[in-house]
Write a protein that binds this ligand. Sequence first.
Ligand SMILES: Cc1cc2nc3c(=O)[nH]c(=O)nc-3n(C[C@H](O)[C@H](O)[C@H](O)COP(=O)(O)O)c2cc1C
Length: 220
Amino acid sequence: MCADGPITPGECLSVYDAIRLRRDVRAEFSGDVVDDATLLRILEAAHRAPSVGNSMPWDFVVIRDPATLNKFADHVADKRREFRDALPEDRAETFTPIKIEGIVESGTGIVVTHNQSRGGTHVLGRASVPETGIYSTILSIQNLWLAATAEGVGVGWVSFYDTPVLADLLNLPEHVRPVAWLCVGPVREFQSVPDLERFGWRTRRPLEAAVHWEQFASRP
Ligand SMILES: Cc1cc2nc3c(=O)[nH]c(=O)nc-3n(C[C@H](O)[C@H](O)[C@H](O)COP(=O)(O)O)c2cc1C
């Protein structure tokens, strides 16, 4: 096990190592395109995620056509501008140097979609909490992200888009909803600190603040 020392992809990655090494990647894509064998191993890991009622409500659309990558990147650039323009001046200044996607540079986009109708009407475990469907799809993304990290492949989640625009771009059926555009590609390195921390946007919350023992708040 790699304990506390620096970790490099490809060497003795335990699940804890992969969790520690994983980063949201925007600027570190090497310019190479991930090969199909590696991509399929990563997708296999995603497809092994747990799912409510074993419904496996996800699908993966792999996009490498430069025309589609560029078209989506243009849309994301518009949404980034919209977000920036709505910020107060000091936050806009902090936001400006932050890169929010690597759609073209990564060479591969994977759009993870969710199909709530998969598994029919009586999905075991979904009756009381319908969101467990989408939770399942999101678990497949986390599997994908960690497996990619172990392969030395970076993943960057892009959510600056209008859902109908992305659905139309990929010709998704009505009942299939895009959940994430993931930029996927080999990286030169993984940053050790998240970009949003490095650029002063937001720091991580300590574990002690997130853990509650017995009850969320003490009663008055
Ligand atoms: C649901 C979700 C949506 C995200 N959307 C974006 C995005 O549109 N652009 C971006 O640069 N990062 C996006 N991120 C990445 C987060 O900013 C990143 O995970 C966070 O800052 C922590 O950094 P780390 O993943 O490197 O630990 C998203 C992450 C999640 C989980």
